[in-house]
Design a protein around this ligand. Structure first.
Ligand code: ADP
Length: 486
């Protein structure tokens, strides 16, 4: 294997070891192994106790049966037929623990050892009258035997022992149970391991898909979607991811559009200033011509200043940098201050500013931003309704839980098809007309950039308000902003 292949293999192993899939299976298997072990141990111990109890009981019954019909002769022990089996062991000892007679398959040495052991059991448990039992592997056969011993009266004052032994588990049930438990647990564990890995792999596959997709998504390509149809948690994650991408795409698109529109808006006044200066510098002119050229340049400069201010305001608002206060404000106060500021501009444009009903109208809000909001509305009225006999009326009021401010004019009005777009950024109904009117409104009049109403809406909404517009072409327009009363 070449070096790069080897390191790739190492990397693959390390990524498997660090994968959630692997850890999940490991944990799951460890817990399962623990449960299986505890369960098997419980069953095994339980069954073994039952085996031992049963085997003890069998031996004691045999001992009782033997007691009736045993005869010890000089040739050995005569056992009543049918009581002992070939594998059973029967030993008689004297009081010193010597074997007097024995019966069974065990060699002589084993019998001697057993006699000693019986003596020890009696001494250890300090009991020479009761039935005692113990289990041991007998020396040569290595078979697990259960023994019982009872005292044997074989002379005045001296007592030996009768020892009866039988294989503890003659049918090998205990070892079979052990093998079944171990093998069963192992097979279960292996199946669980493989099955668990397969399941975890299947469950984690969508994560892999999401990762791959996320890798391919760049700033310029936010149109990709995962479109996962599954209804599980990962499907939900993928849908959330798609939703987030959708919002990001829309935000990027808005940003891109904003920059494009802003550049476009700035290009026109810059071109005008450039043309005007080139034209004026091309040949000598009269003082009046220079004055006119400077007036045009100043007007375009005012437009750009107002545009850049609006752009900055919106950028700050979008970035969440505009901090709005929530203090008690009287909307009528806001209106009066705005009227005072805009009165000269209205007079210059032959528009009459009229204060309608202005009762105390309390709300919680940001005074400066509210002034900007009302200013934008009144300013629009002045711009678009300019001319003798035009009136802008402003009133405030409280209806139930809401307070409102209304700015109405008897200007040209707005056609119904424009109303739904009015608050879109850079939306202007008639670009050329707006610019012309701005020109006629004089150099101090702010030119229309299509951002004024976006700012109005942002200020209203950020303080829990709603903006409504009603307009009839040829009759006039009314803007109304509603807030929650303080
Ligand atoms: P602008 O900065 O161009 O005034 P706005 O967002 O304030 O931008 O207004 C968007 C458009 O809505 C304007 O271009 C204008 O055509 C129209 N508009 C706004 N207010 C009035 C009004 N009071 N009367 C008629 N048209 C209006």
């Amino acid at each position: 294997m070449s070096g790069s292949k080897f390191s790739a293999a190492l990397q693959r192993i390390s990524s498997i070891l660090h994968s959630i899939r692997f850890r999940l299976v490991l944990w799951f298997s460890a817990i399962l192994a623990l449960v299986l072990f505890a369960f098997s141990a419980f069953i095994y111990i339980n069954q073994r106790t039952a085996f031992i109890g049963e085997s003890e009981y069998r031996l004691e019954r045999k001992m009782v049966a033997l007691g009736a019909g045993l005869t010890v002769t000089s040739k050995g022990i005569l056992v009543p037929p049918g009581v002992l089996q070939d594998t059973d062991v029967l030993i008689f000892t004297n009081s010193t623990g010597q074997v007097l007679a024995s019966h069974g398959p065990l060699p002589e040495q084993d019998n001697i050892n057993l006699a000693k052991r019986a003596r020890q059991e009696v001494t250890r448990r300090n009991s020479s009258s009761n039935i005692l039992s113990w289990m041991e592997r007998t020396g040569s056969s290595r078979l697990n035997y259960m023994f019982v011993t009872v005292p044997l009266q074989n002379g005045p004052g001296s007592s030996g022992q009768v020892i009866l032994g039988s294989p503890a588990d003659p049918y090998g049930l205990e070892s079979r149970l052990l093998i079944t438990l171990v093998a069963g647990s192992l097979v279960t564990l292996i199946i669980a391991l493989l099955g668990g890995y397969w399941l975890a792999d299947r469950a984690m596959r969508p994560v892999h898909t999401i990762t791959q997709a996320a890798r391919t998504i760049g700033e310029t390509d936010l149109s990709r979607r995962l479109n996962m149809k599954s209804r599980d948690e990962l499907g939900e994650l993928a849908n959330t991811f798609d939703g987030m991408l959708g919002r990001l795409q829309a935000a990027f698109e808005r940003q891109r559009q904003f920059v494009a529109d802003a550049s476009h808006e700035l290009r026109t006044p810059l071109t005008i200033v450039n043309l005007e200066t080139s034209r004026t510098l091309a040949s000598p002119h009269k003082a009046e011509d220079y004055r006119q050229a400077l007036a045009v340049i100043q007007s375009e400069n005012n437009f750009m200043t107002s545009l850049v201010n609006d752009l900055l305001t919106l950028a700050r608002m979008d970035a969440g940098q505009a901090v709005l206060e929530r203090l008690p404000v009287d909307l009528s106060d806001v209106v009066l201050e705005t009227m005072e500021r805009l009165a000269p501009l209205a007079a210059r444009n032959a528009v009459h500013l009229e204060a309608g009903d202005l009762p105390e109208t309390r709300m919680l809000g940001d005074r400066q931003h509210l002034i900007q909001m009302v200013s934008n509305l009144v300013d629009n009225g002045i711009k678009y309704a300019a001319g003798d006999g035009k009136i802008i009326s402003i009133e405030t009021g409280t209806t139930g839980e809401t307070v409102w401010v209304r700015v109405s004019d008897n200007g040209p009005g707005i056609a119904a098809e424009h109303l739904s777009h009015l608050f879109d950024r850079f939306y202007r109904i008639d670009q050329s007309r707006t610019r012309d009117e701005v020109g006629s409104a004089g150099p101090n009049s702010p030119a229309g950039s299509g951002l004024g109403l976006s700012i109005v809406q942002w200020i209203a909404q950020s303080q829990g308000g709603v903006v409504k517009v009603e307009s009839q072409p040829g009759i006039g327009t009314t803007f109304e902003v509603r807030f929650k009363a303080a």
